[in-house]
Design a protein around this ligand. Sequence first.
Ligand SMILES: [Mn+2]
Length: 350
Amino acid sequence: MKFIHIADVHLGAQPDAGPLYSRGRSRELWETFERVIRVCEDEQSDLLLIAGDLFHRQPLVRELREVDYLFSELTHTKVVLIAGNHDYVGTNSNYRTFRWSENVFPLFGEKPQYVDFPELKTAVYGLSYHSREISRPLYDGFTAAGAEPFEILLAHGGDEKHIPFDRRAMECAGFEYVALGHIHKPMILKEDQIIYSGALEPVDKNDTGPHGYVKGEITASGVRTQWIPCASREYIHLGIQISPEDTTGSIKREIEKQIQEYSNENIYKIILRGKRDHDVSLDTERMKGGQNIIEILDETSPAYDFEKLYTENADTILGRYIEQFRGCREGSTEYQALCEGVEALLNSRQ
Ligand SMILES: [Mn+2]
């Protein structure tokens, strides 16, 4: 039995995007989803498992029709899906009334249910969110019923407000495979058994690293899985080390150089660290240039010679301020307070 496991596709989202891709980014979520459907068709996968949050919010009827059309084109693959906390089955949800193609099996009940595929010797279990949050541990104590030799659980959540679960209990619940969704970072909780595929495409600027899906096969001798990257872009957080010699121009050049190494296909958040000259003002907007940067965080601190400043100002408020911070460690909150206080006091003199 061959399956593909995806989660958190978030169709309909407007993901964080750099200036180069802001308009097309939303479309890319659809394109990548289509690509996975094509993989199912090419490989004649038996099941496509969707572990929640296929949509970013309550799906519109026309969005459901688009998705169902793609499913309906599959000549062999059957699709099983649950609703997550983003696309939960609300009172007016279109999930309640939509008529899916024959090869689509939604598990939209609030209580655990399963769909049986005798020809695949497989049963797939799951439940759906009917509200935005569920803090009860619904998966703890939920076990495979033994309906078929191969049993799979589709589950969504794992944090405090979204069905927290006990990993050990899940390991022993009798499922050959647990297809998890909700956490956007791909994660293996137990090799070949309990896996977060991760979001298909990164949606938020903090969804760093590669994204993709799980390809698996269950045979009499066990489960084998493989994680396959397929997102069109990655969010990359780039730390740039600054020294007092740097200027806005030189930092801009360094950013360009580093982005060239990682390619402008990706979307960047830049974090400036280190010491800048206390007399230089860094213009982060100008540093962006034409690069695909969402945000530049300036975490630098001005390079002051505190000893010299102290000696020259021993009997002023500036000197007394510096004295308060004697011996504090660079990088500590105290040190930051020292830098910012000194900067403010020096500015107030001008
Ligand atoms: Mn979720």
